[in-house]
Design a protein around this ligand. Sequence first.
Ligand code: HEC
Ligand SMILES: [Cu+2]
Length: 334
Amino acid sequence: MKQRGFRVSFPLLAVGAAVLLSGCGATKQSALAPVGPVARAQLGMFWESLAIMTGIFVIVAAVFLYSLIRFRARKGDATLPKQVHGNTTLEIAWTIIPIILLVFLAIPTVHYAYAFGDTPPNAMKVDVVGHQFWWEFDYPGSQVTTANVVHIPVNTKVDFVLTSADVIHSFWVPRLGGKTDLIPGRVNHLWLESNQTGTFYGQCAQLCGAGHAYMKFSVVVQTQAAYAAWVQSMQHPKVSVTTPAQEAGMQLFSQDCATCHTIGGTTFNGKIGPNLTALMTRPTIAAGTLTNTPANLAKWLHDPPGVKPGALMPNLHLSQTQIQSLVAFLETLK
Ligand code: HEC
Ligand SMILES: [Cu+2]
């Protein structure tokens, strides 16, 4: 009976673990695939403590197994084993060894706590504001504001200046390092650097309400030249509205949307929702909920809270014609 119970539960456990771990998605958001000095140092400490713990486990398990076998009750032997109490040498040894191991863990921990706690003086600054359920990124001094996608230059230390507009959120880009909370009324700093160009994924790591799981963002790491070009294009956004549908969309936008959304290059300057300047250059909409395609924009405008639980953009009960004009207008934002 027992045998069968084991056979049934083991494959079940294996399948369960596989299903759960599949959520960890290869290297997309893996702290085990670092691309910068902060994430690399943190991973190094992880391996160091894992090595120490594995060593302790192997030694303790070996002594334990040896004792189980060597001193087991044998058939026909009813005598009581030798009774002992206390062994000063052993007790001193198992007090001193853990202390030495803890010192080995404490040295890098304290070292990195200071190294990562102090913002490098020449770091580039990006202000990050957490909102339910999206990210605002402001580049102080360059008049650039974006949402849910942050561009940074490669091999550059970036000081993310973190605060929140509402509840506590947490900023985490596993491949770059982290994470640090965004707390209303407080300013936290987290500096990160990437030594590789490419797109890396971030996620809010502090349960902040119904839309928390859909509060994602991308970090686009670019060469210095490409980054400078991006800043230039964000400072001089092109909005060229030509067709009647685009014009109708812009008109609708000024009535229904401009109270909440800003668009660079126009007079729309609402501050409640994400800044929509160069919206079409973003890989996703609604903080990673949908890929950024015209069909998905239409889906979003039709019923935001239906697409993303808890979304604070209301359902404006727009008609299909209105949605099509608005999408035509949004598609001009490059
Ligand atoms: C009451 C304020 C409000 C109004 C009015 C509003 N929005 Fe929004 N909008 C938001 C908020 C808040 C979000 C962020 C939702 C989220 O991701 O959780 C958002 C998100 C968006 C996004 C996705 C942006 C991104 O980068 O993820 C688009 C596009 C958008 N709104 C377009 C519109 C259009 C077009 C209208 C008018 C028809 C409109 N919004 C009206 C508040 C508003
Ligand atoms: Cu959250």
